[in-house]
Design a protein around this ligand. Structure first.
Ligand SMILES: Cc1ncc(COP(=O)(O)O)c(C=O)c1O
Length: 475
């Protein structure tokens, strides 16, 4: 075949995948406008899904991907799918799990990153992005009270950050864990967290190969906090039985009820027994932004490592977690590896040598833009507003016969309705059915509760009144 024929055989770029610049701009503008319209409909509509899932599944089945379809019509299909087919975190009456309505700077960051698509595995490919992430992590670590040599990295979320903590603890606990795994230990390695902990810890024990029972779920004090006598007793019993304790995890903001374990006493025990000390502050950690509320996290500064999710109370888009570590070099003992094809091999810098992920998205720009645009004070105000609104909800529902059974400094209530309204499950079902708000059913200290958490930065006084009315509607 001649050289000319060879050239002729190469097809042009696929235009459906890579449209010309003018077409991209037109669709981008269209998307921006349509998304803004959808958001204003969401705010005025139902917080809960209204899509008929049977019809939707039938529509979905028709996507056999045989014949290409025009992108615009696909966008016109995708936006209503999300508008009607999910619980809306961007609804101001979503009083739900720790998922935020994302801040606008974080959304801008997502758009920028999506456009450049930097590979943040190595410093050689993305020197600016790697340096920016390291800077943000250090600033957050310092704000949390960790020393100047602290480090860490962005993660997919709190679960990955927690997993990283367990691997660091195991690696430090035995010099041969890296090569031999759990077999290196003279007895089964175990770690401690409270029975109110996030259940990622159970999965993490499984993933790490030490088995789910290695996660010792310590009793609480009747108020949702890890019991220190029970923790001390569990460590002693495990030692006597030949197990090898490696880690204590204190929760700073339990998922169900926002309770903060005794951080100093947990640190004291970890120090006494030479265990790694991790604080899981996935949601509550953002309180470091508030000068008036951050005192509730006193003791966080003693952690060997901590989890703080930017995609929770720092209100970035998902998934954007953070693993913060006292000694910046600790993760490289776990994740260090040699790979000749990688363009850089700087163990103190390159993310692929310091974290569980390899190819990775540039996550840090979201928190960077949010923090730079609002400052610590802006984020502090966001948190203080949520806490003040929580107090307002409490007042409103207590006046109508509810009792609040948790005592959290964060923005979450564990509420028990008066008998005339029915049990918590019935109340939650009624609220969700009304579509006027989203709250959830949770367990706190062996009882069902209505879990009400303020997560949206633009929830108004009127939204609070609508929630209170929805919570006190009788059948
Ligand atoms: C205390 C705590 N830790 C860890 C996690 C897990 O975080 P992610 O869902 O980002 O993996 C959560 C999630 O709610 C949490 O509340």
């Amino acid at each position: 075949m001649s050289a000319a024929a060879k050239h002729a055989a190469i097809a042009p770029p696929n235009e459906a995948l890579f449209p010309p610049a003018a077409e991209r701009e037109r669709i981008d503008d269209y998307l921006t406008r349509e998304l803004a319209r959808a958001q204003s409909r969401i705010v005025a509509g139902s917080a809960t899904p209204t899509l008929d899932m049977e019809t939707f599944r039938a529509e979905l089945a028709r996507f056999d991907f045989a014949a290409p379809r025009p992108l615009k019509s696909l966008l016109d299909w995708s936006i209503p799918m999300l508008e009607h087919g999910i619980v809306h975190l961007t609804h101001p009456r979503y009083f739900g799990l720790f998922n935020p309505s994302p801040s606008f700077p974080a959304q801008c960051a997502d758009r920028i990153v999506g456009s450049f698509n930097p590979q943040v595995a190595s410093s050689a490919t993305s020197p600016a992005a790697v340096a920016l992430e390291a800077h943000v992590i250090r600033m957050v670590g310092r704000r949390a009270g960790l020393p100047a040599q602290c480090g860490g990295h962005f993660t997919s979320g709190g679960s990955e950050a927690n997993y990283t903590a367990l691997l660091c603890a195991l690696t430090r606990a035995h010099p041969k864990f890296a090569s031999d795994g759990a077999r290196a230990f003279p007895g089964p390695p175990v770690f401690y967290t409270s029975k109110e902990c996030h259940r990622s810890w159970v999965k993490i024990a499984h993933q790490a190969g030490i088995g789910r029972t290695a996660a010792r779920l310590v009793a609480t004090d009747g108020k949702g906090r890890m019991s220190m006598p029970a923790l001390a007793a569990a460590i002693a019993a495990d030692r006597a039985a030949g197990c090898v304790p490696v880690l204590i995890v204190a929760s700073a903001g339990t998922t169900n009820a926002g309770m903060i374990d005794p951080l100093h006493q947990s640190a004291d025990l970890a120090q006494r027994h030479e265990l790694w000390y991790h604080v899981d502050a996935a949601w509550g950690g953002a309180m470091i932004a508030s000068d008036t509320l951050r005192g509730a996290l006193d003791g966080l500064e003693r952690a060997d490592s901590a989890t703080i999710d930017a995609h929770k109370w720092f209100a970035t888009t998902m998934g954007c977690g953070m693993f913060l570590v006292r000694e910046a070099s600790a993760p490289s003992a776990v994740f260090q590896v040699t790979a000749s094809y990688m363009p850089s091999h700087e163990v103190s810098v390159d993310p692929y040598m310091n974290s569980a992920q390899w190819s990775r998205r540039f996550l840090g720009l979201r928190l960077f833009l949010s923090l730079a645009a609002a400052g610590w004070s802006g984020h502090g105000a966001h948190i203080e507003r949520a806490v003040a609104q929580t107090a307002r909800i409490r007042e409103g529902i207590e006046a109508r016969g509810y009792s609040i059974v948790n005592d959290s400094p964060l923005a979450v209530l564990s509420a028990v309705p008066p008998p005339k309204l029915g049990d918590p499950r019935t109340v939650v079902e009624r609220v969700l059915k009304s579509g006027r708000s989203w709250v959830s059913l949770a367990r706190f200290e062996e009882q069902d509760v209505v879990r009400i958490c303020v997560t949206h930065g633009e929830t108004s006084e009127q939204d609070l009144s609508i929630l209170i009315d929805a919570l006190t509607l009788s059948a």
